[in-house]
Ligand binder design. Structure first.
Ligand code: KIV
Length: 490
């Protein structure tokens, strides 16, 4: 992927930016019936230019062409040009990120007048608006999208096309761009195999999500489903063998990045105690602090399920206290679910919280809130008794109604056995690959933290070095009066 300045997004107009495709279908159905006595004519001509329709269906019938043109002008002048849901927010986000944006449409200049009348602000969202007069061959020929790329100087691998019609999708795919199909005009099933990704509308769509989609095109693994992740959908993922991705986040900025990348679950872990506050254990974390972190993350997230940890001391006392703590976190943070540590010993609390309709994720194996009891962060449940208890606890949590269980730092064979016995998802951290999903602490996997290198931790980046270099450069620039320069001041 190139730099942000090299990325372009090309939008078809009807059915993509404005919600008009259904109206055109009605119009062309009427013309087909009137002049050709044909049903479903609208579906046949979708995505074609007026000239193509005339050449193909009304060649030589000059009078009919004139009548249709006049009827179409009248129709388009009074059509409803409401925006497709979420498109304005998405366009603003693309702008903010310096992306080149164009409309590439088969619409003619007259029709565009009606669109501008309905949306005088349209031009502000786009760098270019290419219409039928700008290219010789219409979709499904890729000429129009290739022209957009040429004007912006972007390569197909750094260009995204948003389309809804069959011809438009075909043109997008032929252009070599990453194609996102909108199920506004045709159902998902009909366009699923004609685009790299399919979305219902632009709800939850961000620049970050677009980049994640691109990665999915390459890797084939990140979900293109922008709907909010629910407990039900996690269980469905387990049933179809799709692994669940989960990372921690404790603040707004990080949560936006993690959610935008396509994460299934974000855990506002009480590991915030270590990572954010610098404590040695998770024990000092308070309810108020967890609520603060939870709120910050919830504000950033549109798709991922947000699970907040119940902190030490907020539920171990008795089940009434546990319920009161759970209600406070849910009410004040707006989280989707909670997580707590323990099995049989906290079962009454688990049941009471579940009875209140609060989804719960269990946590077994190494339970950091009990670190003073264990005295070590070594692998848990290596002996038969502890393994048997863990299996029993996992079943008790499932029977009580928990929607998932985290297993931390236990032998891989034991974790795989638990995952195969439970019908709810089992998410592992240091529990091997035989479980239904994985969770890591985001600062650890990004290589921001140093000196913590358990065997299970894979570092996907070395942000410690990247950040140290960037900050060092800033210090040098300030000291040498290299920052700010003439352009960086008012
Ligand atoms: O608090 C946390 O980050 C956790 C994960 C390690 C599962 O509980």
């Amino acid at each position: 992927m190139g730099s942000i300045a090299e990325i372009a997004v090309l939008f078809d107009l009807d059915g993509v930016v404005v919600n008009t495709e259904g109206q055109y279908t009605v119009f062309w159905d009427g013309q087909g019936k009137k002049y050709l006595n044909e049903d479903n004519f609208g579906a046949h001509v979708k995505g074609q230019t007026l000239q193509q329709i005339y050449d193909r269906y009304f060649a030589g019938a000059d009078d009919v062409q004139r009548q249709i043109t006049a009827a179409l002008d009248r129709f388009e002048a009074q059509m409803d040009y409401g925006y497709v849901a979420g498109v304005e927010d998405f366009l603003k986000d693309l702008r903010k990120n310096g992306v080149k944006i164009a409309i590439v449409t088969s619409s003619n200049a007259k029709k565009m007048e009606a669109v501008y009348k309905a949306h005088p602000d349209l031009g502000a969202y786009f760098d270019r608006i290419l219409t039928a007069g700008d290219f010789a061959r219409s979709k499904p020929d890729p000429e129009c999208f290739l022209l957009g790329m040429k004007l912006f100087g972007t390569a197909p691998e750094n260009t995204f096309v948003f389309e809804d019609s069959f011809h438009g999708l075909q043109a997008g795919m032929a252009s070599g761009a990453t194609v996102v199909g909108l199920a506004t005009t045709n159902p998902r099933e009909a366009i699923g195999d004609k685009a790299h990704h399919v979305v219902d509308d632009f709800g939850g769509m961000t620049f970050g999500r677009l980049l994640a989609m691109k990665q999915k095109t390459m890797a084939g693994y990140i979900s293109n489903d922008t709907r909010k992740v629910t407990t039900h959908r996690l269980i469905e993922m387990k049933q179809r063998g799709e692994k669940i991705s989960m990372l921690t986040a404790y603040d707004y900025t990080m949560a936006r990045i993690v959610d935008g990348a396509g994460m299934d679950v974000i855990l506002v872990g009480d590991s915030a105690s270590n990572v954010m506050a610098g404590n040695v254990t998770t024990l000092p974390m308070t309810l108020d602090q967890m609520i603060y972190h939870g709120k910050s993350v919830v504000r950033a997230v549109t798709r991922a399920m947000v699970v907040v940890d119940m902190p030490f001391g907020s539920y171990q006392g008795n089940s009434k206290e546990g319920l009161a703590s759970a209600i406070r976190i849910m009410k004040e943070s707006h989280a989707d679910a909670l997580k707590l540590e323990g099995g049989e010993e906290i079962l009454e609390t688990v049941k009471r919280i579940l009875t209140a309709g609060i989804p719960l994720m269990g946590h077994l194996g190494l339970m950091p809130q009990s670190i003073n009891k264990y005295g070590t962060y070594a692998v848990r449940a290596k002996d038969a008794d502890e393994a048997e208890k863990l299996i029993r606890d996992a079943h008790l949590l499932e029977e009580a109604g928990c929607f998932a269980v985290v297993l931390e730092k236990i032998p891989a064979t034991l974790a795989a056995r638990v995952a195969s016995e439970l019908t709810i998802p089992v998410i592992g951290i240091g529990a091997g690959g035989g479980v239904d999903g994985q969770v890591l602490v985001v600062q650890d996997m990004l290589g921001m933290s140093q000196g913590f290198s358990p065997r299970f931790l894979r570092r996907y980046a070395d942000l410690h070095t990247v950040m140290t270099e960037a900050i060092g450069q800033y210090i040098a620039d300030v000291k040498s009066s290299g920052f700010p320069n003439g352009k960086e001041q008012y």
